[in-house]
Ligand binder design. Structure first.
Ligand code: NAD
Length: 532
């Protein structure tokens, strides 16, 4: 068979304005609503229709209706962790030796598997993490894109790179798998990020322990089911849901784990770097590779000549899409004094028009936050901010069956204020007035994060300064600052937002591979006969 892949093409999002797309999603949501309450085992994510009564099975709740159990997931203990690591350690030997083309085809098959059930997968996200239809669909598209993109990247990395020629000598640069990877994922892109990190590890020839976030373990189980159904060998992956605080430190520090691919909070990310990378253990094969994508405190500048219609729409979308729970979400609006009053009044008016309610119902633009602990933390943060800062708007809702928090907006004059400095991860925005562009850039760069940022401006010279002076991993000019697309907007930050190359970009896969150089002296007197 000819080893050729079609050129990379992004998965097209659904257009819910079209009857066909809207009705398909509606029926998927109704279908999944009838599937809630099943049980999912660890290892391969296999489901069974009834509730499993073992105490190892933890309920995952619907944040739009906290009485509703989405599913019961088997959480791993130390014994399961040992099984996962020894199985993957065993598996790395054979999986790492498979032809790259075989792995590439399996990842392509996983993309097809997801594409065939895209609305179903999106509907699970509506119920398990409270994504609205559009956000859930984008998550599924991104997961499919990661598969297809990394498959193609691997196709080019699997060809040896012939280095400079010299008569009588060949020099080839080749990439080899690293061994066993631990993938530790957040809940906020429950399919896309988990899939991206997993398939990058697998297509590069590493075996993978897949640790989903507690809040999105049911969706994780579907990824494991997909891997199994398309034919990934049993010992190339192990699905290990469980409590991060318990399993995480044991997993990342085990000497048989060669690499850790983590996305989540800066606190956990730093603890992994400290605990896993810095302290080698007896029997460890080498220095562990740690890829850590962490938090953000993302800012958008509204310049004095900005198109305010565009700036309001882009800000609303960036700040309140998925309830401000995207790593790229806008949480600091830095507004030039000359347009401050007109912009802020319009931004607040637009925020008031948003309706908060269950994610499954497309009438509502703002859904729930993910769980009780987020709900309490964000509510505390809003209460605390209200006691210190000028409130520009705090929305209200009569919905109390889920973890609903409508948008909250505060004026923050002091850049050292905690609301300006620290990630909230909810629908809360700090608005800051500046008198000049210099002051705006200083404000943007005053935080320890450097993930996304943007500017609305009509001035070419201001835009050019923003390109040079804004310390952000992804800079967006005259558009919203969320929604990076695989292959177009490679995504990731620096400073305390991450160590690692950008996901969905050309450097990403290299992190999962070990480069080796082979030099051969080709001036020799014949060959020894091959053994029979
Ligand atoms: P989190 O750090 O609480 O959890 C992430 C994962 O780490 C989970 O699977 C969790 O179980 C596990 N974990 C918890 N404690 C651990 C420990 N001690 N050792 C090892 N693993 C442990 O983050 P979250 O609440 O799931 O996700 C939200 C955070 O993720 C936000 O800070 C957000 O900015 C960040 N995020 C960043 C990006 C990015 O690309 N930079 C993308 C998405 C989310």
């Amino acid at each position: 068979m000819e080893k050729i892949l079609s050129p990379f093409k992004n998965c097209s999002p659904r257009n819910f304005a079209l009857d066909q797309d809207r009705l398909a999603m509606k029926s998927a949501v109704e279908h999944i609503h009838r599937q809630l309450g099943m049980s999912y085992r660890l290892g391969d994510g296999q489901s069974k229709p009834e509730r499993e009564n073992s105490i190892k099975y933890q309920a995952s709740l619907n944040p739009s209706n906290k009485k509703e159990v989405v599913g019961f997931v088997e959480f791993g203990d130390e014994k399961d962790l040992e099984t996962a690591i020894s199985q993957c350690d065993q598996g790395r030997r054979s999986w790492g030796k498979t032809e790259a083309w075989e792995r590439i085809q399996l990842v392509e098959a996983l993309a097809d598997w997801m594409q065939e059930r895209r609305d179903i997968l999106s509907a699970w996200m509506v119920f398990e993490v409270g994504k609205n239809w559009r956000e859930a669909d984008a998550d599924t598209c991104e997961a499919i894109d990661f598969c297809r993109y990394y498959a193609r990247e691997m196709a080019s990395l699997s060809k040896p790179i012939r280095m400079q020629e010299l008569a009588g000598e060949t020099n080839d640069l080749l990439y080899f798998p690293r061994g066993v990877f631990a993938v530790i994922a957040p809940w906020n892109f429950p399919l896309a990020i988990l899939t991206g990190m997993t398939v990058a590890s697998l297509v590069a020839g590493n075996s993978v322990i897949i640790k989903p976030a507690e809040q999105s373990s049911v969706i994780g189980a579907f990824l494991a089911q997909g891997l199994k159904e398309v034919g990934f060998p049993k010992d190339s992956f192990y699905f290990l849901p469980g409590e991060g605080e318990k399993l995480g430190p044991l997993l990342v520090s085990d000497p048989r784990v060669d690499g850790i691919c983590f996305t989540g909070s800066v606190e956990v990310g730093l603890s992994i770097i400290e605990g896993a990378a810095a302290k080698p253990k007896e029997g460890q094969r080498g220095v562990k590779k740690v890829i850590a994508e962490m938090g953000g405190k993302n800012a958008l500048i509204v310049d004095e000549d900005a198109d305010l219609d565009e700036a309001v729409a882009g800000s609303i979308h960036s700040a309140f899409g998925f309830q401000g729970q995207k790593c790229s979400a806008l949480s600091r609006l830095i507004v030039h004094d000359r347009v401050y009053e007109s912009f802020v009044s319009r931004f607040v008016a637009a925020s008031k028009s948003l309706r908060t309610g269950p994610a499954w119902n497309p009438e509502f633009q703002v859904g729930p936050v993910v769980d009780d602990s987020s709900f309490r933390r964000i509510r505390r943060c809003i209460q605390d901010a209200s006691s210190r800062l000028e409130v520009l708007y705090i929305g209200e809702t009569d919905q109390d069956q889920g973890y609903f928090i409508p948008p909250a907006i505060f004026e923050v004059p002091d850049r050292s204020d905690t609301l300006f400095q620290n990630e909230v991860f909810g629908p809360v925005v700090a608005v800051h007035r500046v008198k000049s562009l210099d002051e705006a850039f200083e404000a943007v760069n005053s935080v320890r994060f450097a993930l996304t940022g943007g500017i609305y401006s009509r001035s070419p010279s201001h835009i050019s300064r923003a390109r040079k002076e804004m310390e952000v991993g992804n800079l967006y000019i005259n558009r919203s600052i969320t929604g990076a697309i695989v292959g177009r907007q490679a995504f990731g930050g620096f400073k305390f937002s991450g160590v690692g190359s950008k996901a969905g970009g050309p450097d990403y896969l290299l992190q999962f591979l070990e480069p080796r150089l082979h030099t051969e002296n080709t001036v020799r007197r014949g060959f020894a006969a091959e053994e029979a």
